[in-house]
Each structure stands twice: as C-alpha cells, then as structure tokens.
Design a binder for this molecule. Sequence first.
Ligand code: ADP
Ligand code: TZP
Ligand code: MG
Length: 278
Amino acid sequence: MITKEDIQNQMIQAVETVKRTNPMAGSITNTVTINFVANAQLAVGGSAAMVYLPDEGEFLAKAGGATYINVGTLLTIYEQTLPHTAKTLHDMEKPWVLDPVAVGIGSLRTQLLQQFKEYKPSVIRGNASEIIALAGLWELDGGTDVSNVRGVDSTDSVSTAKAAAVALAKWTGGAVAVSGKTDLITDGSVIAISHGGSHFMEKITGSGCSLGGVVAVYATATSPFIAALTATAVYNLAGARAGNKVDGPGSFQVQFLDELYKATAADIGNNPFEIEEV
Ligand SMILES: Nc1ncnc2c1ncn2[C@@H]1O[C@H](COP(=O)(O)OP(=O)(O)O)[C@@H](O)[C@H]1O
Ligand SMILES: Cc1ncsc1CCOP(=O)(O)O
Ligand SMILES: [Mg+2]
C-alpha cells in the first residue's frame, strides 16, 4: 500500500504546481453557488470559467486541464450540454469531477446522472446520501434504490457511504470523495479519512459545490485520488481556521476564502488524515 508520507509528498507537489501554474478548470455548475465556486478555485491558485452551452462546454473540456460538472440547478439546455461535455472529456481521457447534487429529484437529473455512468468521472464528490443514491442509480454495491437525499442535504453519515464510495471508485477507476463532519476519500483500494472543518460549513450554501470545483483545480496537476484528498484537506484546514475566527456564517464565508488563499503546501500536506486498505 502507498505510504502516508508518499501521499503527503504528492499533495504538497500538487499544491505547489497549482500555485505556480494557475491552471484553468472550467465548470458547468449550479446558479446558486457559481460565484463561490469560482472564488474558491481562484483562492487556491486556479483559474475559473463557467459556461452553459453545449459548444462552450466542449471548448472548455478541450482547453482546460480538468472540468467540473455539478447538476445542482438544471436548465433544459443541459440535456445537450452535459452529455456532450462528459463524452468529450471521456474520449479525450481528460480528468473531470462530478457532483451529483440532489440525485433523485426530477427526470432530467436522473437521466443525466444515469448517462454519466459510461463516461466515468475521474472524481465523484458528494455528501453521503448523494454517494449512496448514485451507487444505487448505477446498480453498484452499497447503493440503495430509496434515496435519503433531502433536497441538497445528506441524512446519512459518511461511514455508511463507504461501500458505495468504494464501488463507485472501482467502476470509474478514479476516486470518490464523501463529505461530512469527517471526510472519506477512496480510489477503490485505499481509503483516507480527513479531519477538520467547521460546523459553519453546513450553514453556508456551496461548501460542497466549491469543494468540487477545487478538486477539479488539483486534478489538473495530480491523480484523481490525490486531487480529491488535497482539496478536502485544504477545505478542512481553512474551515477550521476560519471557524475559530468568526461567530457567524456570513463572516465565515469571507474568512474561509482568505484561509483557502493563505494555506501553504506544507500546511495542507500536514492537515490530519489516516489511511487504511479497502
Ligand atoms: N459538521 C461539519 N464539521 C466540519 N466540516 C464539515 C461539517 N459539515 C460539512 N463539513 C465540510 O464542508 C464541506 C462540504 O461538505 P458537505 O456539507 O457534506 O457537502 P454538501 O454541501 O454537498 O452537502 C466539506 O469540506 C466538509 O468536510
Ligand atoms: C441550495 C441549492 N439548490 C440547488 S443547488 C444548491 C447549492 C447546494 O450547494 P452545496 O451542496 O454545496 O451546499
Ligand atoms: Mg452538495
């Protein structure tokens, strides 16, 4: 099994590469949190670009080092944009990150998330209920037919999503990141548990969505597993630091962006995590 020290070195390298090269990771994401996603991507050193249209999704898929697809608020045009972009990414073997926000609501969301099974997202990032429900939709181990997703929120604990996360990662050959009070990241053979964050992260919209955007930034520079773990680590670090400085969600959001920006590669590599074999 890969050692913790190897993982930390790869995380540090990924952070340094991103800070040095300002890589572009384009997004097709929801209208609620689109601004926060872009700001978080910029804060860690990436470059953001958001589009809605099919040819523009294809353009960004080709131009960017990685791409982020988040199905939070669907528009009718996405029936064309999302499969077109995901197919381009798959065919070009380019990394892409999927956030299956609110899986289970509506027929278009179900149809699109079903289609993504064959396009194998490099990283799937969601809360526990979304990860369990996506595994159910894709008929993989650990999934359930009955979704416990409550709108965009989770009603399951991260540990209950472990089997689903492993099964999804084995199917895609990439990584899965399950978020919550503690976070679980797996590539199907190793599991990392990352600690930190703040209860205020549940009190602002977009902490999960923006985490997906930051995973995409790191995916331009490293493997899906290291990208998912590095993004989760910087979120846990910045969340904890910001949470200690503020007394409400409004100032938390501002402070959190500052702490994302200030976190050094060594700080991020040293944020607490454990690893275990699947
Ligand atoms: N109670 C909590 N304590 C610490 N960190 C949290 C807590 N809840 C969520 N987070 C963090 O917030 C981010 C988004 O996770 P989550 O809220 O599960 O996603 P989503 O917004 O998609 O439901 C992750 O970085 C996660 O670690
Ligand atoms: C509230 C809401 N409704 C549709 S998308 C969205 C944002 C969800 O953001 P997050 O999952 O990061 O909390
Ligand atoms: Mg979410």
